[in-house]
Design a protein around this ligand. Sequence first.
Ligand SMILES: *[C@@H]1O[C@H](CO)[C@@H](O)[C@H](O)[C@H]1NC(C)=O
Length: 400
Amino acid sequence: MARGTTMTMSFSSLPQTLICIAFLFFSPPPVTAAQYDVVSLGAKADGKSDSSKAFLSAWSSACASSGPATINVPSGSFYIKSAAFVGPCKSSSITFKMGGTLVAPSDYSEIGSSENWIIFRHVSGLNVVGGVLDGQGSGLWECKASGKSCPKGATNLEFSNSENILVSGLSSVNSQMFHIVVNGCQNVKLQGVKVSASGTSPNTDGIHISQSQGVTVLNSKIGTGDDCVSIGPGASNLWIENVACGPGHGISIGSLGKDSQEDGVQNVTVTTATFTGTQNGVRIKSWAKPSTGFARNILFQHAVMNNVQNPIIINQNYCTDDDDCPHESSGVRISDVTYQDIHGTSATEVAVKFDCSSEYPCTGITMEDVKLTYGNRVAEASCENAGGTASGAVQPSSCL
Ligand SMILES: *[C@@H]1O[C@H](CO)[C@@H](O)[C@H](O)[C@H]1NC(C)=O
């Protein structure tokens, strides 16, 4: 309400006017956030001077603020060798306003053996807005492709043991390893995130979520060399909506059951996703050995497949290492998985594949309105130890 309009306001809106005026007088004054600018703290936007110290000093001040605090990163390119932003903080509302690009060392020997490039730990109440994280991972990918022995590589951005995190409009490019990891967290929302790396880059998962509850991924575009989104043990109450995936290995729950004692995954919704030229669409995978793990109460809904090799797949004989695969039956119990309104094209004849554990068959698989084609014909489905029901139009016809 503009104040100037009160004079000409009609009588009938008087009660509303009073409420407005009361609100003007009694709402608390806006709290202005303390501001910290990385450049005034010594960061250089030249893409080569190590600005880690300036970023860390902005963080310590913001973290120690008694009220909300904002860290400003202006446009330009800032070289960061590595940075751990650690709490707990006094401030429960820190905003990282990123106008520019953070650039990692291009020589993988610098951080390739540490797990992380940029990490937030033990933080509660963080808002990361905008920005580009450039992991410069291609040197490490080439090393891995050459068969030499190489370090495992660093994750571009991790949130660890933290809560109440909002990330919006961030881009992560060319990470050495995983792009964004959420581990041991509660109440995390990632929206408008972009991930991009070569379709042949190894282990460059887009967003990996494990040991966390209440994680939302919204309106994001992910193209990379491994899973677009991967969901590990101990993840529950996840909501993944409007993700475009490709290139990549799809949206995967797993791999599960690598450890004999392992937490399960439950209550995961993946809704409105598009997969283009990916290795998988929606996937659940587990290792073929005993484990306490499980995946239950999973909904895959409203997905479009464009030329996807395995649009719908459960693989309980998952193995990456050719020499060292276990050949037992998986202990991971998979139940109550629903596929609803999934259509499009498969790049292979078998568009629906349920390869479940012989010891713990999949139960409660539901298929509703699934239509997948291969070339000009209906694709095929294959079932191993899988039980459930199909309803609506389901093509290929169900083998449950
Ligand atoms: C399942 O997860 C959603 C968030 O995706 C949450 O709103 C809902 O409460 C959870 N359901 C249960 C039973 O925990």
